[in-house]
Design a binder for this molecule. Structure first.
Ligand code: PMP
Length: 456
């Protein structure tokens, strides 16, 4: 018996797979024991049967006559401009104002379905089918309060307490709290210049200790990675997928920066069928935070229906559903825009950050060449700066003392490692900083701080 009370037996290699997970093709293979038995409670479970002609005495829905909102009016900015020969489209016809009223308003103001409003879910399923070239079938889309919310619920849908999980490192530190709550054993897989390394992943799994429960899940942020800035090529993703096939892994594709690159790279979700003709081994997490508004707190997960259902069960228990007002606002915009304008907007946002990145990097080079190196990113919002050429081995010490004293802040690299190892890196973000003066001042100060440290 393991700590979860599940009978386990080592396979021929002495590796332990929990009995209930033993058949990799069995539906529910990736689900945690809790997700296998948990269901949405009676009231939420029955709500889906409410329809015209059925008298419902069910949920304690408030009477909307008491809600003080007549309509929601959205005033839109002019679209971000994009170079005319790239993704050019006729932006001229987009209305400047959208009114949410009638049934859309009623839905926005009332309790709604656990996975999200059917209108926006349908729109997003069409988007995913189109962008990632996946026919509709064994996958679906659920909404969450940001992708953070969905990933946190996703981890508890697939991990038993204490399970091992493979994590690209350095990694987005936001995934650590849910994993700590699950008491997960965090196995670090070092990235290289192309992000998650298939070689490192395979080495860890090929040498997995006998008698030990094997990981089922690998987490990565494959485009414009936070914090490493790296992006995984199509080939790299195929290599990782082949390791996933060999070792029967589920890939957690945390992809909020997917659109923030001028040449989109096929996603794991898109490439999955080349290696797993049945699908079922990738769950991807998209976010509206970087494209529409971070404060709307809207993200969407796309993947195997049974895993999404387990996420929905967690949503039902934690917050009933994602804000319908946020969903209605996003849907109002997306319906008015249509897919082409959404993609044109995403491309314009990518160009916006790409231009910033170029200017920011030029300033960084001016001050840091000889002291630091980094992989020039093709996507995202971050430079992951290695200070080891200047002899700095612990960036935390530098930031806490010399950099703070000079008046510049960057995130010390140790924050992005589960086991808080010492790091020679700092993460700097170019999304928001003033490029005229502050970036110049900031890198000048960072260089001075490094030189102060070198004198010690
Ligand atoms: N994943 C990564 C890699 C991120 O950088 C972020 C936001 N910083 C998130 C997920 C969370 O995004 P959301 O706002 O959709 O919760």
């Amino acid at each position: 018996m393991d700590t979860n009370g599940i009978t386990t037996t080592p396979d021929v290699n002495g590796i332990v797979t929990p009995k209930s997970h033993a058949n990799s093709h069995h539906k529910g293979y990736f689900l945690s024991d809790r997700a296998r038995v948990n269901e949405i409670d009676g009231i939420r479970g029955l709500l889906q049967h409410e329809k015209p002609g059925v008298v419902s005495f069910l949920a304690g829905k408030p009477n909307p006559e008491t809600f003080p909102f007549e309509s929601i009016i959205l005033n839109l900015k002019p679209p971000l401009s994009i170079p005319s020969n790239e993704n050019g489209n006729g932006n001229g016809d987009i209305p400047k104002q959208i009114t949410i009223e009638g049934n859309d308003l009623a839905e926005a103001l009332q309790y709604g379905p656990t996975p999200g409003l059917s209108s926006i879910r349908g729109w997003l399923e069409d988007l995913q089918a189109n962008v990632h070239g996946r026919e509709k079938g064994e996958w679906s889309v659920s909404l969450g309060s940001g992708s953070q919310d969905l990933m946190s619920k996703g981890f508890s849908a697939v991990l038993n307490p204490g399970d091992p999980v493979l994590l690209e490192t350095p990694l987005y530190a936001g995934v650590l709290p849910p994993l700590i709550n699950l008491n997960a054993e965090m196995i670090e897989v070092d990235v290289d210049d192309e992000g998650l390394s298939a070689v490192n992943l395979e080495r860890i799994l090929d040498n997995w200790p006998q008698g030990k429960t094997k990981p089922k899940v690998v987490y990565c942020c494959p485009v414009g990675c936070n914090p490493s800035g790296c992006s995984s090529s199509r080939q790299r993703k195929l290599d990782v997928l082949r390791v996933a096939k060999k070792h029967n892994l589920l890939i957690f594709e945390d992809d909020p920066y997917y659109y923030l690159t001028t040449t989109l790279i096929p996603s794991y979700f898109a490439l999955e069928l080349e290696v797993f003709p049945e699908g079922g081994h990738v769950i991807r997490f998209d976010s509206f935070s970087k494209l529409l508004a971070a404060g709307m707190r809207l993200g969407y997960a796309t993947g195997p229906k049974e895993i999404l259902h387990a996420i929905d069960v967690n949503t039902a228990g934690a917050n009933l559903h994602t804000s319908s007002v946020s969903q209605a606002v996003a849907y109002g915009l997306l319906k008015t825009w249509g897919r082409d304008q959404f993609l044109a907007h995403a491309a314009a946002v990518a160009t916006f950050y790409g231009t910033r990145r170029e200017r920011f990097e030029a300033i960084a080079h001016k001050h840091l060449d000889g002291l630091a190196t980094w992989v020039s990113p093709v996507a995202g919002m971050f430079l992951w700066i290695d200070l080891s050429p200047a002899g700095i081995t612990d960036s935390f010490e530098l930031i806490r003392h010399e950099a703070l004293a000079k008046g510049v802040l960057a995130v010390p690299g140790f924050s992005f490692y589960p086991n808080k190892r010492t790091s020679s890196h700092v993460r700097v973000s170019f999304s928001l900083v003033d490029l005229e003066f502050d970036a110049e001042k900031g890198f000048e100060r960072l260089a001075e701080a490094i030189k102060d440290k070198q004198k010690q």
